[in-house]
Design a binder for this molecule. Structure first.
Ligand code: AP5
Length: 603
């Protein structure tokens, strides 16, 4: 069992001021004005270059005339706001059919990219003409067109009042990323699951009523009257061949999209009578965390938060869940992506809030060097996601790995970092020449700070016995001034100096310096002290929200989940964790020793 003092000291060295809950900065949408103003300048980031290119291609569509959803502000799943739902599924899985029912019951604003595009096509607009060839071929319409349409529609006032139901978007990973960048996030992500052979039959039998927009099926939902039957139309993309192509495209993208919404995803069997499917959807929507839904006289439902008095804490407490199966090694792609994204969002918020000395501590099994299952690749991937995303935001990022420390016989580097720099250099940094133009790789020290660098990501800086990285790090942060420095999984526990060689800073100063880095993200699994199995719970903090304490629960048929036990303004002590697990009220006299242990400390 780990001594309680180990845990306590961990806590005390990290007692930073409670991050204040400040409003998220307002994201700016890609707009024609920004695109056109950058035309005379060289693009300064990969995104700007992509935008520049797209503005040239689609420069004269009405997207340029009317794209001013500036000021759209979307917080992450603030539960007191109206309901936000995404529905996804293969072609003909029944999204449109279920949307009709959801809108009737919940009064949400239905935004269907398919319907928006079809309206443009039938009005013969420039967008419609461009989209037509893609749609008729059963291919995806280019992101630039669809994303601008969706974000523009989402910025309208009615969506803020009534909530929204997004149908058919995002349809690719980059579309999902566009929403994430704008912090547009649903409360619930529904996926309708239907076998392929049924989908094809549904498409071939589908008929639309151009007068009412109602969806029929020749066999399953025939039109009510002969008059309706006579005016029904067939969608040009509903031939067997095109359905197959649409289905293939859907499958190619489905996994990447759902990984963005894993924690709020509800997969539903869509091969049942539509009323039965709707009942399940309805019950999910009625259970959106921490909200009650009241049905109004008109039959619409409105959300009423229990937490209206304290919206901030409601949002932080219910923001995201924890992926399960964390003991399965290697972690699945979805799990890794979940964490990369979780870290990225938190770091972005901290930087947007003006914080400059940050640290990320994430201790899932693959990122814990004390476990056999530690994978350097996972750490590198996390760093790459951070670096490329900030580069995409227009920043020049330097990724730094400490080099060999010490001199002569004492030269060497921490085992965990051996080869790291080379791996970083050989990694795939994508198109657009990101590496070297927007992301540079360097070492730790004042000399590494160049004028053009906007921010620094330092990979697992750590002391080794006899060698202390803190002096170099301090020199580097001094040179960086008010530019952001982010430590990813630092291990800066103070270790004895080498053969009594003096360091420029005294021990107290070193510890004080280490403590000046503020956690923008913290995640640690909880086990019984001295064990690594089973996982008992997790502690998570994502800037600027509170520390969330979760308990892992085994449900029926082995399905596990994490339930939130408590939240804390600062990192809880081992006693506070024990009390929460034992269901004791706060501030009760503390126990002398706890029975929970963290995995070994990172600091
Ligand atoms: P879109 O219109 O979104 O097409 P889709 O996703 O292929 O979905 P469908 O509209 O075909 O089917 P659905 O799931 O709504 O099923 P429905 O309820 O109608 O997009 C069309 C095109 O636009 C795309 O191919 C692309 O080119 C472009 N596009 C759209 N969004 C884009 C984006 N984000 N990015 C790029 N391009 C984009 O039901 C189907 C049939 O089944 C009906 O006949 C119905 O009556 C029947 N049915 C429904 N439920 C049941 C049930 N439970 N039992 C039996 N029958 C049922």
């Amino acid at each position: 069992m780990l001594p309680a003092t180990t845990i306590s000291s961990l806590h005390s060295t990290n007692a930073y001021p409670t991050p204040s809950l400040s409003p998220l900065s307002t994201p700016s949408l890609p707009s024609s004005s920004s695109s056109s103003s950058s035309l005379s300048l060289p693009p300064s980031s990969p995104t700007q270059r992509r935008r520049l290119r797209s503005s040239c291609v689609f420069g004269d569509t009405h997207l340029r005339i009317n794209p001013k959803p500036r000021g759209l502000k979307v917080n992450c799943s603030v539960s007191s706001e109206p309901l936000r739902v995404m529905i996804s599924g293969a072609p003909a899985s029944g999204k449109g059919t279920q949307c009709e029912l959801i809108v009737q019951k919940f009064g949400l604003v239905h935004i269907s990219t398919g319907d928006l595009l079809r309206a443009e096509v039938s009005s013969g607009t420039e967008i419609g003409n461009k989209a037509k060839e893609f749609m008729n071929a059963g291919r995806l319409v280019p992101d630039e067109i669809v994303t601008a349409m969706v974000t523009s529609r989402l910025s309208r006032e009615d969506t803020k009042e009534r909530g929204w139901l997004l149908d058919g978007y995002p349809r690719s990973f980059s579309q999902a990323q566009s929403l994430e960048k704008l912090k547009i996030r649903p409360d619930v992500y529904i996926v309708l699951d239907v076998p392929d052979e049924i989908l094809i039959d549904r498409c071939i039998g589908r008929r639309l009523d151009p007068a009412t927009g109602k969806i029929y099926h020749l066999k399953s939902f025939p039109p009510e009257t002969e008059e309706i039957k006579a005016r029904l139309v067939i969608r040009p993309d509903d031939t067997e061949e095109k359905v197959k192509s649409r289905l293939e495209i859907y499958k190619k993208n489905a996994e990447a999209i759902s990984s963005s919404y894993l924690n709020i995803m509800n997969k539903i069997n869509g091969n049942r009578p539509k009323e039965e499917i709707f009942k399940e959807i309805e019950s999910i929507l009625l259970q959106v965390p921490k909200d009650t839904v009241q049905t109004t006289k008109s039959g619409n439902a409105v959300l009423e938060s229990k937490y209206q008095m304290n919206q901030a804490s409601a949002s932080q407490d219910s923001w995201r869940g924890i992926p399960t199966r964390l003991n399965n090694i290697p972690h699945s792609r979805e799990i890794r992506k979940y964490f990369y994204n979780d870290v990225l969002e938190a770091t972005r918020r901290a930087i947007n809030d003006g914080r400059t000395r940050l640290k990320v501590e994430i201790n899932i099994p693959e990122l814990n060097p004390e476990m056999d299952v530690y994978r350097i690749g996972t750490l590198m991937e996390l760093v790459r996601v951070l670096a490329l995303s900030f580069a995409d935001d227009g920043k020049r990022v330097k990724v730094c790995v400490q080099g060999s420390m010490g001199k002569g016989a004492q030269a060497g580097m921490p085992l965990q970092l051996a080869g790291t720099r080379q791996i970083l250099e050989f990694m795939d940094w994508g198109d657009y020449g990101a590496l070297e133009n927007f992301v540079k790789i360097g070492s730790v020290g004042a000399k590494e700070v160049d004028e053009q660098d906007d921010m620094f990501i330092i990979v697992a800086p750590q002391n080794a016995v006899g060698n202390c990285i803190i002096d170099d790090l301090k020199a580097m942060t001094d040179a960086a001034g008010n530019r952001s420095v982010i430590l990813v999984n630092p291990r800066l526990k103070d270790l004895p100096g080498s053969s009594g060689i003096m360091q420029t800073m005294g021990r107290d100063k070193r510890l004080e310096y280490v403590a000046s880095f503020e956690n923008c993200y913290f995640f640690r699994l909880l086990y019984y002290a001295g064990t690594q199995y089973p996982i008992m719970g997790a502690l998570r903090m994502s800037f600027p929200y509170r520390h969330e304490l979760y308990k892992r629960v085994d449900g029926p048929s082995g399905i596990e989940k994490y339930v939130i036990l408590s939240t804390f303004p600062e990192r809880p002590s081992i006693e506070e964790i024990n009390d929460a697990f034992e269901g004791k009220p706060r501030n009760e006299t503390k126990k002398a020793a706890g029975f929970w242990g963290f995995l070994s400390g990172i600091l």
